[in-house]
Design a protein around this ligand. Structure first.
Ligand SMILES: [Zn+2]
Ligand SMILES: [Zn+2]
Length: 244
């Protein structure tokens, strides 16, 4: 009762605003976006690559392996992303990560559990892990954005969360301006597993905010598989689709 009064009062004092256009709106999708902005998000649907989740620009046709997965198969069993890393979602992720808007984690995490995109089968995963940040980066930012998203997924699917076993042991320069080959070299040996027994025979769902070339996620996967994990799947909020 008192809680409801406070909530109503809060709505009057701080009416819910769209995270993108700042319009006051009664109904925000995932507590984030007004209907107009929500419609601009490019959710990823079939046809896509069943392995890495890359969408195909032509909306006709069925799922098929992309050229990338045909020539160099990824170590993870499957990868999916919610929407294109562009426009409104790109701005939202930047605000979340770099402007300390950690309150957005619930809504962004909920996007990953929703049915607006070609999601993935959560059956069979025994552990959820976020891509770890190096301790230096963690101190700078104050939080690991992927862990905040992973928490939402762990609660929603009742899959245990582990954010200590997979570790970033080597800090690496930011990869934003690097190509695929450079990224692969940059990230090699950056991760380690603190306790192999923890991951042995586990089916791990790896969580990250953005899938760019997949180099980081592939490297984490290799480390987990080398430590005895049975299988690794990947789910990210956004995906760079420029060269799709
Ligand atoms: Zn809006
Ligand atoms: Zn692919």
């Amino acid at each position: 009762m008192l809680k409801e009064v406070f909530r109503d009062l809060a709505d009057v004092l701080f009416p819910p605003r769209c995270q993108s256009c700042r319009t006051v709106a009664e109904k925000l999708t995932n507590d984030l976006f007004c209907t107009v902005c929500e419609e601009k998000i490019q959710y990823i649907h079939t046809p896509l690559c069943p392995a890495c989740g890359a969408p195909f620009p032509n909306s006709a046709g069925s799922d098929h392996l992309c050229g990338d997965c045909l020539t160099a198969p990824k170590p993870f069993a499957v990868a999916r992303s919610v929407a294109a890393f562009d426009g409104i979602l790109l701005e939202a992720i930047h605000a979340f990560k770099y402007k300390n808007k950690t309150g957005m984690a619930t809504g962004l995490g909920r996007m990953m559990t929703g049915d607006s995109y070609a999601g993935m089968d959560m059956q069979g995963y025994t552990m959820i892990m976020p891509v770890p940040l190096h301790i230096r980066r963690l101190r700078e930012r104050g939080f690991n954005q992927s862990l905040l998203l992973a928490k939402v997924l762990s609660a929603r699917y009742a899959i245990p969360l582990d954010f200590v076993t997979l570790r970033r042991e080597r800090d690496t320069p930011p990869q934003t301006t690097m190509g695929r080959k450079e990224r692969q070299a940059n990230i090699k040996g950056a991760f380690g597993v603190a306790d192999k027994e923890r991951v042995r025979k586990q089916r791990v769902l790896l969580i990250d905010d953005v899938y760019t070339t997949g180099s980081t996620l592939a490297e984490c996967t290799r480390v987990l598989l080398n430590s005895g994990a049975a299988q690794v799947g990947v789910l990210t909020l956004a995906r760079a689709v420029k060269d799709a």
